[in-house]
Design a protein around this ligand. Sequence first.
Ligand code: 4AD
Ligand code: MG
Length: 430
Amino acid sequence: MDIRLIDAKNHLDSPVRISGWLAGKRSSGKLHFLQIRDGSDFIQGVVFQGNVSPEVFERAGSLSLESSIRITGTLVEEKRSPTGVELQVTDIEVVRASLEDFPINKADHGPDFLLEHRHLWLRSKKQWAIQRVRNTIIYATYEFLADQGFIKIDAPIFTPTSCEDTTELFEVSYFEDKAYLSQSGQLYIEAAIFSFGRVFDFGPVFRSEKSKTRRHLTEFWMMDAEMAFVDHKGNMEMQEQLVYFIVQKVLEKNIYELTILERDIEKLRSLQLPFLRMTHKEAVALLQTMGSSITENDDLGAEDETLLTKDRTSPIFIEKYPYAVKAFYMKKDPENPFYALCSDMLAPEGYGEIFGGSQREDDYEELLKEIRAHNLSESDFQWYLDLRKFGSVPHSGFGFGLERIVTWMCGTHHVREAIPFPRTMYRITP
Ligand code: 4AD
Ligand code: MG
């Protein structure tokens, strides 16, 4: 019977066939131990000379790494195996033998080598685990937002203007003209709240950031959510509920993957609501006592975010940054217009910013003034200004970078492992 390894436990002590690849091999005398993957899980297959024909024993011995195989045998309970089962092999069919030695074959390949072979590296156990956690986070996000009454609205990728920093735009030729790749779908989903109330987008965005940090990609996946009649405070509440939901889903579905990744699971289990809120001003005061040279006029740097979060296990919100360091569309704090009604959510354990959000400027004149003050093209933003002409409402939204959340959940060092094919300042291949 053909099965997938994910169902192995339901087929104990009966003959099965598994279609997959040879991930590893070790031999000793009358035994070959085969590490087999089929995409859904991993298993060890034991080929005992006494159990198979001489041809099959010989075939097992000469199998090259990453050959595709169909392998028949009996699944038996094996306490010492991570999945609790082992395959006693009776037959092996080679689908396609690897044509050459598989290049990823030792434990200590450097990051450049691995990234150069990303198309093959994706097969390794840790990379398998990371992408499965990513998948859980994507589905958890859809589920949570749907339960909260959001509908998905797909924002365009070709755009005539910037959404965030104008210096980080990728320009592309567009027939006789030029266009920019989207930095965030936010402005477009703002239009959609006037039709649907609560909406989100989830797709790739592009930033030509000349950043070499472990947190930056040039192409990454962003989820933007936007809500009519919700203020800055309600905005933060929605964000923390979403993160809590995501973490619970990962704990429910991915303990096995987190174990493969050697993640300290207790830290994720100890996540608590509500998340701590700290104003930018308070954060600066705290950072200064920790040796940072930040001032009350500055945005937080990556090191500042690390300092604030490295000893925590729950995320924190830093709210009310100086308006001057944030994007033009944010609403100013009516109590003190030096500040924006915004928040960044910083992930614990030193991971730093994962969410950015704010209440949006909903007044036509005020928004027009800021578009002019930021030297943005009034005509390009006319459609966005229109939203403040016809039934404008207080509204707020937020966006997260998927890879930053995956990196934190998995406890990996660099954001580039959180996306199947990372694009950075230095790499757009494979
Ligand atoms: O903070 P950002 O720039 O916010 C926005 O784009 C808003 N328009 C979102 C909104 O309110 N709808 O980006 C949002 C998140 C960041 O918090 C970070 O997690 C991630 O996107 N991010 C990056 N991730 C990887 N590489 C980069 N270069 C990133 N830049 C931002
Ligand atoms: Mg931000």
